[in-house]
Design a protein around this ligand. Structure first.
Ligand code: ADP
Length: 542
């Protein structure tokens, strides 16, 4: 082989941290505190404090590969942990504070967490599961507003005496940097171990203009929690580019987020659709209250963004939505619904494309397969399971579980049922576990939900399978109406009729105050199925 002669320079997160100090020292990190005041630090502070943290953790016995867990909201100290722990060669494990204590106990034990860093406000939750987890040796408590009087070590007191310089070790780019767990809606949660290399490559591709595109003049607001899939890589993208980062703390209601976006002149925000549905409803009620003129992109992912949401932001408020798809197993970004300039689409086709899940970002490959595992045609109609591969796609789970998700020829089975069109745009019809099969035919719950959410009286809609004595399964729709609005079942049915074959129309509409959500804010259809899955059978027999 005629080998290349370039340096073998490791792709590690340490580089981003060093670079932030060298070139972006004055760039700001803004944290909204629990009392709604804002604290401000800089990337120079980030580097200094990361050094102190690395010394402190070393003093506590944290060595290469040891897991350091966090149970924290989005704030500057969490960002310090995001950088310092991987840079010192240890592994950050972000615990999802919305999980049940039993799940947290399972996950912390499974990951073998040695040290846990906890927000003081989350100590009651921590105490519910920590006694069951024998591997935890140290607890460090982040006081939101002053020193900590508790059974743990005080984060600030721990850092105070440490030197603010450290020579971070030269790491193997394939070494582990972070562990994130899938939410485990089916079976136990599974651990996905990101390497430095996967996170660095994910960051670089995320920063490309037609992916998410970050610039140093951006002001980035990760609404997506830092305990969920590395906050979609946004903290690393911000640090890598020198963008200002605004961290919302525990205040994730629409009004608080809008206040923060307007006050800090946020240019780029990202979160799941349920957050954005609430934000759009509030903006529609008070279109003049917030100045969002700085905003240039709002990324929606984690669940399908309804076209009515994307269109509503643009047509009524001039705000651009970027729709993206990803999974914990893909670091998480996999596809982005960027409309390529060569496509030459009219407004309706452009909205349809922007509401698709998009096409694979560089270095991710996508295909969909049938039950016999053969690749299916990209015709925009044939449904099959999406498979992906690439340098930031998991090759296995921690502990070797879930082997059936990894194919022999190197693809990861996503569990999403999709179509792919001739231009490569992928559209999610369902997750395999949510699929509705009526008389042997697949019905896309996502398509019906999208159509329902385009009705002016509908705030949220989730369509799920109910068992049926004749058809096996039939769709039911759970609907939340906007405040002060009404819509009858007949009206909603009439709204759907022109768009779908008759057998796709839900057998019934259930009007709820709220659709149950998962720990990451997505609609929890398994709960709807548990509660209402036998409704049609009961009716038939009664
Ligand atoms: P979980 O939802 O199990 O907590 P993840 O956060 O990893 O785990 O979610 C990944 C799943 O979320 C994907 O497999 C897909 O079903 C769904 N998802 C992510 N982005 C989108 C999107 N833009 N549109 C529709 N579904 C999405």
């Amino acid at each position: 082989m005629f080998a290349g002669r370039m340096m073998d320079y490791p792709l590690t997160l340490t580089h981003f941290l060093e670079r932030a100090r060298t070139y972006h020292a004055r760039c700001e990190i803004v944290t909204q505190n629990p009392d709604r005041t804002c604290s401000r630090a800089t990337y120079a502070d980030l580097h200094r404090r990361a050094a102190k943290l690395a010394h402190a953790l070393t003093r506590l016995g944290v060595g290469p590969g040891d897991r350091v867990a966090t149970l924290s909201w989005n704030h500057a100290r969490h960002l310090e942990l995001y950088l310092a722990v991987p840079a010192m060669g240890a592994v950050l494990h972000t615990l999802n504070l919305r999980l049940h204590p039993n799940e947290l106990a399972y996950i912390a034990a499974h990951a073998e967490d040695k040290v846990v860093v906890v927000d003081r406000s989350l100590l009651p939750l921590f105490r519910k599961f920590a006694p069951q987890v024998r591997c935890i040796r140290r607890v460090i408590v982040i006081g939101d507003d002053g020193p900590v009087d508790s059974d743990g070590l005080d984060y600030e007191a721990l850092l105070a005496p440490e030197p603010d310089h450290v020579d971070f070790p030269r790491l193997d780019e394939r070494s582990a940097a972070m562990v994130c767990y899938t939410s485990g809606t089916t079976g136990n949660p599974k651990g996905v171990v990101y390497s430095h290399r996967s996170l660095v490559l994910h960051t670089l591709v995320s920063c490309m203009h037609d992916t998410l595109g970050f610039r140093d003049r951006d002001v980035v607001l990760p609404v997506v929690p830092m305990f969920h899939a590395a906050a979609w890589g946004l903290p690393y993208s911000a640090v890598a580019t020198g963008a200002r980062i605004v961290l919302p703390g525990p205040h994730l209601d629409p009004a608080s987020l809008l206040d923060l976006m307007a006050r800090e002149r946020v240019t780029f925000a990202a979160g799941v659709p349920t957050i954005w549905l609430g934000i759009l409803a509030l903006l529609d009620e008070h279109p003049e209250r917030w100045d969002l003129s700085a905003m240039r992109a709002m990324v929606i992912g984690g669940a399908a963004a309804p076209p009515a949401l994307i269109d509503g932001f643009l047509s009524r408020h001039g705000l651009v939505v970027t729709h993206a798809w990803g999974m914990t197993e893909t670091n998480p970004l996999g596809t982005v619904a960027h409309v390529r300039s060569t496509l030459d689409l009219d407004a309706a086709a452009s909205l349809d494309t922007r509401a698709s899940q998009g096409y694979a970002v560089p270095f991710i490959e996508q295909r969909h397969v049938g039950p016999d595992d053969r690749p299916l045609p990209w015709d925009g109609a044939t449904m099959g399971e999406l498979e992906v591969r690439g340098p930031w796609v998991a090759a296995s789970y921690l502990g070797g579980e879930g082997e059936d998700r990894f194919t022999k020829d190197g693809w990861f089975k996503t569990g999403d049922v999709v179509t792919i069109d001739a231009d490569g745009y992928m559209r999610i019809a369902d997750r395999t576990k949510d699929v509705i099969k009526s008389g042997g035919e697949w019905i896309s719950s996502v398509a019906i939900e999208n159509a329902l959410m385009s009705h002016p009286a509908v705030l949220e809609a989730a369509v799920f399978a109910a068992r049926h004595p004749t058809w096996g399964e039939r769709p039911l729709a759970a609907v939340v109406l906007r405040q002060g609005q009404t819509a009858s079942k007949d009206e909603l049915c009439a709204h759907l009729e022109p768009r779908f074959a008759k057998y796709w129309l839900p057998d019934d509409f259930l009007f709820l105050d709220r659709i149950p959500r998962t720990s990451t804010g997505k609609f929890l259809k398994s709960k709807l199925r548990d509660e209402f899955g036998d409704l049609l059978e009961k009716r038939a027999s009664g």
